[in-house]
Design a protein around this ligand. Sequence first.
Ligand code: CTP
Length: 399
Amino acid sequence: IAGAVADEFKFGAYLVGGCVRDILRGEENLDIDIVIEGDAIAFAKKLGEEIGAKVTTHERFGTAQVIKKDFKLDIATARTEYYESPAALPKVEMSSIKKDLYRRDFTINTLAVKLNKKDFGLLIDFFGGQRDLKDKVIRVLHNLSFIEDPTRAFRAIRFSERFGFKLTRHTENLIRSAIRMNIFEKLSGTRLYDELMLTFDETNPVKALKRLGDYELLKVIHPKISFSPELESLLQSVHDTITWFELLFLNEKYDKGMLYIMALLYKLNKEEREVALNRLSVTSRLKNKILNGLNAAKNILRGLKPDNPIEIYHMLEGHDIEFILFSMALTNDSEKKKAISHFLVKLRGIRPELKGDDLKALGISPGPEYSRIFKKILDEKLINRLHTKDEEIEFVKKL
Ligand code: CTP
């Protein structure tokens, strides 16, 4: 259908990017990108009409999204980007598919499939993408690639770890020379942060972070961060904790990236942590949260008495979930780990069944007394001495 709509406009239409790469690798990738030689927005609107899908447009970038149920197409106008200064965001102008593909990061991401009726399904490979997929290598298209966009160094390592591909010697040398040229200084905090978040989302972020460490790219966050065995084991522990947590609490919202950032900053002192968080341009809210969290985790572990559920509960209750998970990752004490997991799995869900109205019905007049009674009920429940509502009523009567 996309091909037919493009034909009506006499636009060239191509499937591009990660989705073509992953199809050829035999993997699924549901992020579908289409490049149009022509007006992507007009194309998207018409396509949306034809298939009854919602269309959102970004006039400034010449891009649109076509969304139907859980199916999403990103549509862009073919473009040549030029960079006003190194590491700045690109400026955009209309162009042909070849130029559009040439501005991309690595050869494996430059493959395209034609969607127009004539030549439908034709695989377009201007830059040797198929050969590099077969040889399992990550290769830049030209020498200025990392200078134009330093995030590509992080992307190179991310893809290399994800697919088990090697960087070509030349690509590796270009990263090293970009580092020598201090090109990463010009990379904005937001883009650096976003890139790190993508790295944390990989299946094996610890290996990817180790690789970043090998290239001294973690020093872009702060010059004192190096990938020591200690940092590696903390990051691995964060990863294991996250995997465990997500398996049990599939739908619970939390900031996974924050845990990895806390691990990366753990060995720094307070001033250095602040410098690093400023470098990442995080909001002051997140910055304070991370700084507090690093201290809270230490205090939690210091005060935690693993054999007393009441104390475990009151020690952990009210803390942000990220601090609790980070504490769990940080400690090597298996009893403390177990205590935190017991809190997350069981204790934190415990509540008195009685409500204010029930206390009123028992003849207790509303006031500060209520919260004392609720706390007493809660503590009894934490140590498994009260189970049912009737037991709670009996307990209150005896107080
Ligand atoms: N791209 C680039 N330089 C960047 C970011 C992206 O050249 N700094 C190009 C890549 O060629 C990529 C395309 O833009 O194919 C889309 O980017 P993105 O969605 O991040 O890439 P995917 O390859 O789809 O990555 P992922 O599999 O991680 O979603």
